[in-house]
Design a protein around this ligand. Structure first.
Ligand SMILES: N[C@@H](Cc1ccc(O)cc1)C(=O)O
Length: 421
């Protein structure tokens, strides 16, 4: 199956320029393809994964990906899909954000020298130094305001009370110029994006045709919505970030693991970069026993591995196992460190372990010593998986990896104690 048919079968095509022509181009030779990412925050989030994975699909199929960091466009803000004018970021914020997202764009794709090597570009490199007059003569002159006003994103804002500033209105020209620049400098022929990018992408295609007489292509994927119509990738705690300091690899894994059965088949098709027949086999297996969450597990493992590395993904799997009833004594040190990030934890010196009820109160697992004793009698506490009794001495409990005791009340409340001395 060719790449375009593969994308189509996964539900990844919303709009595209002539599909057959594009297919034949991709078939003939290796092309350059780009997706742009604006530095609106100091991390990308799961929504951006679609673009990164899109580039990865093209790279795996033998094409050259160009992830673009919007050092210039981030100074303006894309009005596409936004009902209100954005606040401008300060230069300091931008600098910080661009540096952070560049580090993230350097993952997931292969940057090793080779025929399909990925190249990270930043549109500030060709935009920041261009004068207003040159820009208006070289770019603005080729695109009519009539065309710009006909684009969905602009039309929506023109029809609304808030309107659109001249600054945001110009955004499309910057993105069009990026495409032209990448076409000229690197032979990039295809730009991809979410469906809200169609207007910006086609503006670039027009600009390339008018100024270079060249033929370029565009492709968008449908933006993901949750079944309740809300934005994909937002949880009650906010966005699911790719930065492990903002969303831990464990939380990232849990996000996919908790996907509903209605949504997971769609997610697996759209996010997995495994071959389609393998993905379909996983789906078939999943549908036989949805309660086993085979599809969720498979996608969680793949994506956590891609974004955070195989070791962090394995540790997150193990940590989940421990927190959902698995044997903590078998857990690796990395898994317990992952657990430590997710549950309350504290440090205690070994000479303070002998009064078990007191330790339980100090860790917050028991409300009072009376509560601790009563719950101990009802076998309600465990240490490293073994039930505690009122006369247990925690000093005797074997410490995991020389220092950890995983205390637990009932099924859900945990506390990780790091014992010193
Ligand atoms: N406009 C894109 C980002 C982008 C920036 C520059 C480009 O050349 C391409 C894409 C977005 O908001 O998601």
């Amino acid at each position: 199956m060719d790449l375009i048919a593969d994308l189509d079968a996964r539900g990844l095509i919303h709009d595209s320029t002539d599909r057959e022509f594009l297919s034949s181009r991709l078939d003939e030779r290796s092309i350059g393809v780009y997706v742009g990412f604006d530095p609106t925050a100091d991390s990308l989030h799961v929504g951006h994964l679609m673009g990164q994975l899109g580039l990865r699909r093209f790279q795996l199929a033998g094409h050259k990906p160009f992830p673009l960091a919007g050092g210039a466009t981030g100074m303006i803000g894309d009005p596409s899909g936004k009902s209100e004018e954005r606040n401008l970021l300060t230069r300091d914020e931008l600098q910080h954000n661009v540096a952070s997202i560049k580090r993230q764009l350097e993952r997931i794709l292969d940057f090793e020298p080779g025929p399909y090597q990925a190249t990270l570009v930043d549109n500030a490199d060709w935009t920041a130094g261009t004068s207003m007059l040159d820009f208006l003569r070289d770019v603005g002159k080729h695109i009519t305001v009539n065309q710009m006003m006909a684009k969905e994103s602009v039309k929506n804002r023109l029809a609304s009370e808030v309107g659109i500033s001249y600054t945001e209105f110009s955004y499309m020209l910057l993105q069009a110029n990026d495409f032209r620049q990448l076409y000229a400098d690197h032979g990039v022929e295809l730009q991809m994006g979410g469906s809200d990018q169609w207007g910006n992408i086609t503006a670039g295609i027009d600009l390339i045709r008018k100024t270079a007489g060249g033929v370029a292509h565009g492709l968008t994927w449908p933006l993901l919505l949750k079944s309740d119509g809300t934005k994909f990738g937002k949880t009650a705690d906010g966005a699911v970030w790719l930065d492990p300091d903002k969303t831990s690899p464990y939380q990232f894994r849990q996000f996919w693991l908790q996907a509903s059965d209605d949504a997971i088949v769609d997610y697996l098709l759209r996010f997995s970069t495994r071959p389609l027949d393998e993905v379909r086999a996983t789906i078939a297996e999943h549908e036989e026993a949805p309660h086993q969450r085979i599809a969720q597990r498979s996608l969680a493992r793949e994506l956590t591995g891609l974004v955070h590395g195989a070791d962090a993904a394995a540790a997150a799997d193990e940590a989940a196992d421990v927190l959902f009833g698995g044997d903590p004594t078998a857990a690796s040190e990395a898994a317990l460190l992952a657990v430590e990030r997710e549950v309350p934890s504290s440090a205690l010196s070994a000479d303070r372990l002998d009064d078990v009820a007191e330790v339980l109160v100090e860790t917050g697992l028991a409300k009072s010593k009376g509560d601790a004793r009563r719950t101990l009698e009802g076998n309600g506490f465990r240490c490293n998986g073994a039930t505690l009794s009122a006369d247990s001495d925690l000093a005797d409990a074997p410490r995991l990896h020389g220092r950890f005791l995983l205390l637990q009340r009932g099924k859900k409340s945990h506390h990780l104690l790091t014992v010193s001395g």
